[in-house]
Design a protein around this ligand. Sequence first.
Ligand code: AMP
Length: 185
Amino acid sequence: MGELNLILTGPPGAGKGTQASLLAERRGIAQISTGEMLREAVDSGSDLGRRVEVVMARGELVGDELVIDLVRERLGRADARSGFILDGFPRTEQQADALDRILSELGRDPVRVLALCVPEAELIRRILARGEGRADDDARTVQKRLEVYRISTEPVLAYYGGAVVRIDGAGSVEEIRLRIGQALG
Ligand code: AMP
């Protein structure tokens, strides 16, 4: 069997983190979450972490170069060799471009793209209810994150064009998990 190289994209609150973690465990592939990696950088209290914290707290995107470097390093590690699921990356066309280059440099198979689709009112409800204590989960920052998604990240779907598999992201964690399983075959 070939590598299972996946991108799980979708707006904030669509359930990317939850579904990526379930998939990674079931299929034995690496979960690569740039949001988690950045939160770790913030928690480390480094200079870089402090700068990242300000950007994240505003609901804006961290610079492409930094995130691309994180992903390049992570994809090069041994545990990503049999497959990976990227959750929260690429969020811009520049990141999508860079990912193509990284995968070809590493001699890896191309990615398959899954997009979770959820109506905006449901996204806001979920985020405000999730209570993970994330600093960027307040009502104002959520609006900003949704706007950033529409402006910067939605174009990434056009970048991948017809290769994107859209999945209905409404319903329970289990319902969505089954739909993703069906889509992957
Ligand atoms: P997430 O956990 O995926 O919702 O990401 C939380 C925050 O981390 C985002 O609102 C951004 O500030 C930052 N972030 C995560 N992934 C990226 C990325 N690929 N590019 C730029 N910023 C990112």
